[in-house]
Design a protein around this ligand. Structure first.
Ligand code: RB5
Length: 147
C-alpha cells in the first residue's frame, strides 16, 4: 500500500510545494494537496489548519507545510494537539527533527531554502527514524505544557 502524505503552502511556498509534490510522487507517495493552487496571495494559517488538523486527528501520519520563511506555518501548525512541526534548513536539522523530535510535519521556507537543498531535506526527513528512548520522554512532556 502507498504511504500517504498531506502537503500545503501559501503563495510564498507555492513553487517549492509543486517541486516537492513531484518528488513525493516519484517516491511512490500518495499526495494530498491542501493548496494553495497558484501564486496568488492567501493566508497561511488557513492552509496550516487543513494540514495540521488532519495530522492531529490521525487522518495522516505525515505532513509538509511551506510558506515564505517557514516561520508562520510552524507557529500555526504547532497549535494543534499532537503536531510536531519542525522548520528545517539543512540535512542536519532534518535528521535531528526526526531522530530527536519525532517530527510529523516538515516545514520549509520557500524564500529561504534553495530547491535542491529542500529536496535533500525532504529525503532525509522521510527516511530517518525516531530514536525513542529519552526523546520519547521529552516529547511526551509537550502535552503537559498546555494542560
Ligand atoms: C507571506 O508574505 C509570508 O508572510 C509567509 O509566506 C510566511 O513567510 C509567514 O511566516
Amino acid at each position: 500500500m502507498k504511504k500517504k502524505i498531506i502537503i500545503g503552502s501559501d503563495h510564498g511556498g507555492y513553487e517549492l510545494k509543486e517541486i516537492l509534490i513531484k518528488r513525493l510522487q516519484e517516491a511512490s507517495y500518495e499526495v494530498d494537496d491542501a493548496g494553495c493552487f497558484n501564486g496568488e496571495s492567501v493566508h497561511y494559517p488557513e492552509i496550516a489548519k487543513v494540514v495540521a488538523s488532519q495530522i492531529s486527528n490521525g487522518e495522516f501520519q505525515q505532513g509538509i507545510l511551506v510558506c515564505g520563511t517557514g516561520i508562520g506555518m510552524s507557529i500555526a501548525a504547532n497549535r494543534f494537539n499532537g503536531v510536531r512541526a519542525t522548520l528545517c534548513h539543512d540535512h542536519f536539522t532534518a535528521r535531528m527533527s526526526r531522530e530527536h523530535n519525532n517530527s510529523n510535519v516538515l516545514v520549509l521556507g520557500g524564500r529561504v531554502t534553495g530547491d535542491e537543498v529542500a529536496e535533500d531535506i525532504l529525503e532525509v526527513w522521510l527516511n530517518t527514524d525516531f530514536q525513542g528512548g529519552r526523546h520519547s520522554t521529552r516529547i511526551g512532556m509537550f502535552d503537559e505544557l498546555t494542560k
